[in-house]
Design a protein. Structure first.
Length: 362
């Protein structure tokens, strides 16, 4: 059997597919990408939690096989010509491009697990920019420890035409909302790994509308010729609504870039692992300070618009900087309850997007 593919087209598909290959697969065949020739070429890679399936039309053939993902990806990227010719001889795959020739071993597709792609269930569309923004604005607040399954991901909640994403790590929370068409209600938790791969795909594709299909504890993100399928994480996400303050005693409006620069400078004199800055509010001034027995002291005062009571409170500066770095608005709003309660950071005009940060005890 012989077939020919464009190197650039194949390489772009292999980049996406290789991300679904587990670093330490439970079965050797999961190191590979399954090539299946039926109505074109369909390629599948999976670690049984996260699956990528890509399709290239106008390719004819009858055989199916599995090839090592890392090997085929590196070979295709290195080839000199755009046209790549493939031929199969028994359990070997010949790859020819220009004066370069490779022969690599392949496995039988019968060993590759059958992966079902959702086709029915609940379906809805989201703009690529909406989906990217919704995930990108919250994913940094998820816990990085994979053993914390209920926090190592992004919780998605769809209700009454609103798609909401939430991430928490026990010290902070980020929430983002986008309007969608539909009156259905669903909720699920996606792993942080799946979210990161989706963000990479969303940032590189030119597809403007992504179709989502939710069925049988799986959700598929259809990019047209490529589909990402994520298994829903079987863990209970905490009740995030409990940490959202119902009322505030002090609110300030401040220039985001001015605050970010001040926090960054003051946090220079903090030690890694024990970062703490103190914020003092009085009148129309915000004083930001830090103190280290080893390094010294830093202090900066900026002008703010204040409504409410004076306050002294402390935070990990990295959490504040993370929030400010994921905002674009010029003016932002900080809302306080007291020195022991969470801080909410949002904007004056933009609704459905905010951060919650737990304070550090003074």
């Amino acid at each position: 059997m012989e077939f020919t593919l464009d190197r650039e087209v194949l390489s772009s598909h292999l980049d996406s597919l290789s991300r679904a290959v587990a670093a330490r697969p439970i079965r050797p065949v999961l190191n590979g990408i399954n090539f299946d020739f039926k109505d074109g070429l369909t390629m599948t890679a999976t670690d049984m939690e996260f699956t990528v399936r890509s399709r290239i039309a106008d390719v004819s053939g009858e055989k199916s096989f599995v090839v090592d993902a890392k090997t085929i990806t590196e070979i295709v990227k290195s080839l000199p010509d755009r046209e790549v010719k493939f031929s199969i001889d028994g359990q070997k795959l010949d790859i020819l491009s220009g004066k370069s020739k490779f022969q690599i071993f392949i496995q039988d597709s019968s060993e590759f697990p059958e992966v079902r792609i959702p086709t029915d269930g609940i379906q809805f569309d989201m703009k690529r920019t909406q989906l990217y923004s919704m995930f990108e604005r919250v994913s940094f607040s998820a816990a990085n420890d994979e053993n914390m399954k209920n926090l190592n991901g992004v919780y998605v909640e769809v209700e009454s035409g609103i798609s909401r994403s939430v991430a928490v790590d026990g010290f902070r929370m980020a929430l983002s909302e986008e309007k969608i068409d539909g009156t259905f209600n669903i909720n699920f938790l996606l792993s942080l790994r799946a979210i990161k791969e989706l963000l990479r795909a969303l940032s590189s594709t030119e597809i403007e509308k992504i179709n989502l299909k939710f069925e049988n504890k799986q959700i598929a993100f259809d990019f047209g010729n490529t589909v990402f399928v994520c298994k829903i994480v079987d863990a209970e996400f905490p009740n995030y609504k409990r940490v959202i303050p119902e009322e505030f005693k002090t609110r300030i409006v401040v220039d985001r870039n001015m605050l970010r620069s001040a926090v960054r400078r003051v946090s220079i004199l903090t030690r890694a692992g024990s970062e703490t800055i103190k914020i003092s509010l009085e009148g129309e001034k915000m004083k930001i300070s830090s103190r280290s027995a080893d390094l010294g002291e830093a202090e900066e005062t900026i002008d703010v618009q204040v409504e409410g009571e004076p306050l002294v409170i402390a935070f990990n500066p990295n959490f504040i900087l993370d929030a400010l770095n994921h905002m674009e608005e010029e003016k932002i709003q900080l809302s306080f309850v007291d020195s022991n309660k969470p801080l909410m950071i949002d904007t004056i005009d933009l609704k459905g997007y905010f951060f919650i940060i737990m304070p550090v005890r003074l």
